[in-house]
Design a protein around this ligand. Structure first.
Ligand SMILES: Cc1cc2nc3c(=O)[nH]c(=O)nc-3n(C[C@H](O)[C@H](O)[C@H](O)COP(=O)(O)OP(=O)(O)OC[C@H]3O[C@@H](n4cnc5c(N)ncnc54)[C@H](O)[C@@H]3O)c2cc1C
Length: 394
């Protein structure tokens, strides 16, 4: 064999994954340009103040809040992968709280309206949500029930043509700014999983109380609310989906939410990896760039392998989900794995930065704090493990 025939690895090659086509790549470029120009410059300021509502309006104008919704509701008519692209690119805002607030709107609170809502509900809530004129939030968690959704106490009781809602919800993202909430309630406490019903409730309805803004470890650009519902009266038309089917509706919603979470966590891990790789080529110690120490080189190798595994698992699972399967086991695996490796990568990157990693100005400590949420929100690691374990009949 001639020397010229020897194949050399092309590490710079970057063939896109088969789930994406040219349109996705164009979308990716345009979202990245918008995020870098209009969002990222404000990241520091929004860490202090929470991000402003105009972000929803601006993203609505650009069509970014309805990428996969039908055009008849003002959406872009794209596929599920468009949402993944948004979830990945918004990471470059460098503002975890903003990415979370937007994801709650696009991939958590509005999908059940599109999937289960009446035409009237779609016109009243989905259409303005896609335009960015109405902001949404999703209320599952309560002070006494998080992982165990079946233990929620918020009750909706029928009274003539109306329902009366009493209870409380906590840790609600967008809860202070939202115009409406997709609310999980119990309508028949004796009916087990068949006793839950979803409602769409206007946040300015009498009896809806936005209690304190909760202070948290990270995601400071987002607002997180404790909410109370005191004799809130809503019409029958506020029921979302079927009475008694709310538990199943919300479990479906959680699958999409977890996949987008996995994509976002993996993209965040990649972003902090890239930033740290750059640092490791510049920072000198003992006469060489720190990246030239084998220990550090191997840290990058370990991280890169985990990030790539996470990405492949997420994309392949998204492909199954988008093609009509309901791969709950693999979605749980993707959510679990992506959340864990994102935290591990952020921790290693902080370590590689040394003291700089601990300093605010380098932004690594913020990523480290923000990503910690992924192992808790949308189903904890332990709950994901339980779903996976149970899927084997255990
Ligand atoms: C910043 C932030 C934003 C959020 N946004 C929203 C939102 O917009 N809407 C919303 O509804 N919720 C939201 N949440 C709530 C989030 O989904 C819950 O915190 C999460 O589901 C865990 O519930 P919990 O906090 O009540 O923990 P718990 O359920 O009390 O769990 C405590 C611990 O026990 C473990 N555990 C519980 N059950 C089991 C079991 N069966 N086996 C093994 N271990 C178990 C858990 O894994 C955890 O480690 C948010 C949370 C945070 C922190």
């Amino acid at each position: 064999m001639a020397a010229t025939d020897v194949l050399k690895p092309d590490h710079a090659a970057n063939r896109r994954h088969f789930i994406f086509n040219d349109e996705h790549e164009q979308l990716r470029e345009s979202i990245r340009a918008f995020v870098l120009k209009e969002l990222r410059p404000h990241a520091e300021e929004w860490e202090e103040s929470t991000f402003p509502d105009w972000v929803f309006q601006r993203m609505g104008e650009l069509g970014l809040l309805g990428l996969s919704y039908p055009e008849q509701y003002g959406g872009q008519g794209g596929d599920y992968y468009c949402n993944l692209v948004l979830g990945e690119e918004i990471v470059h805002s460098n503002c975890g709280g903003l990415a979370m607030g937007i994801a709650v709107h696009t991939d958590m609170a509005t999908p059940p309206i599109h999937a289960f809502g009446t035409e009237e509900q779609k016109q009243a809530y989905l259409v303005p949500a896609i335009r960015g004129e109405k902001i949404s939030c999703l209320g599952i968690t309560e002070p006494d029930a998080g992982s165990d959704v079946s233990a929620i106490k918020t009750r909706a009781v029928r009274d003539g043509d109306e329902w009366v809602i009493n209870g409380s919800k906590t840790y609600i993202t967008n809860g202070h700014r939202a115009d409406f909430i997709v609310l999980v309630t119990k309508t028949d406490p004796d009916a087990g999983y068949d006793g839950f019903t979803l409602f769409i409730v206007d946040m300015d309805a009498p009896g809806v109380i936005r209690e304190k803004k909760l202070q948290k470890l990270g995601m400071h650009a987002s607002d997180t609310a404790l909410l109370a519902f005191q004799d809130v009266r809503v019409p029958d038309s506020a029921v979302l989906g079927e009475v008694g089917k709310g538990f199943y509706h919300i479990m479906w919603e959680l699958q999409g939410e977890r996949l987008i979470g996995a994509a976002g966590a993996t993209a965040s891990a990649q972003a902090v990896f890239d930033k740290t790789l750059q640092y490791a080529t510049e920072r000198q110690a003992f006469g060489r760039p720190i990246g030239k120490f084998q220990v550090i080189r191997h840290k990058f190798a370990e991280m890169a392998t985990k990030i790539e595994s996470s990405r492949q698992l997420t994309y392949t699972t998204a492909w199954r989900f988008a093609n009509g399967e309901y791969p709950v086991r693999e979605i749980s695996m993707a959510k679990l794995y992506a959340s864990r490796i994102a935290c591990e990568v952020a921790d290693e990157c902080l370590q590689i930065h040394g003291g700089a990693g601990y300093m605010k100005e380098y932004g690594i400590e913020r990523v480290w704090r923000d990503l910690r949420l992924n192992r808790i929100g949308a189903g904890t690691d332990e709950i994901m493990l339980d779903v996976i374990g149970r899927s084997y009949g255990l």
